[in-house]
Design a protein around this ligand. Structure first.
Ligand SMILES: [Zn+2]
Ligand SMILES: [Zn+2]
Ligand SMILES: [Zn+2]
Length: 143
């Protein structure tokens, strides 16, 4: 499931029960999870860490690029970067939809890296707008 070299290295080291459960929960999910959703998943695995442990582990995993942190509408979201994708975010109902864009930004990323002498590890790209359901609802109100 988790194949990056770094992850395996970290898994081999002191791996706390909470850290392992966080990695597993995020691997099972195909997209972003909030901290609350993550805690719910941990609880379903009978793991009940306190807030500061969760916070510490999430910080550690983010710092080591094992998981990605994404701040959307002021809320923290986390995911495992196993398949590169982007998100459509509805500004009304906050639904997040996963989108794949084939072969995008690769050339530009190389150029940007070169121009700025910047070693790019990853990028995040979110599209904000209104989902179909919210647009339908809006139309009904106007009628
Ligand atoms: Zn995602
Ligand atoms: Zn991308
Ligand atoms: Zn919506």
């Amino acid at each position: 499931m988790i194949t990056t070299h770094k992850t395996i290295q970290l898994l081999g080291r002191r791996l706390t029960k909470t850290r392992k459960a966080i990695i597993n929960s995020l691997s099972e999910s195909c997209c972003l999870l909030t901290k609350e959703e993550l805690i719910k998943k941990l609880k379903s695995q009978k793991i009940n860490p306190n807030r500061s442990t969760i916070y510490r582990e999430l910080q550690f995993l983010t710092k080591n690029h094992i998981i990605l942190k994404n701040i959307i509408s002021g809320k923290d979201y986390y995911e495992i970067p196993k398949d590169h994708h982007h998100h459509l975010i509805c500004l009304k109902c906050n639904i997040i939809v996963k989108v794949n864009i084939a072969n995008h930004l690769k050339k530009q990323e190389k150029q940007i890296a070169k121009q700025n002498q910047f070693n790019i590890i990853n990028h995040s790209l979110e599209f904000y707008g209104y989902c179909h359901a919210c647009r339908q609802a809006g139309q009904k109100c106007q009628a």
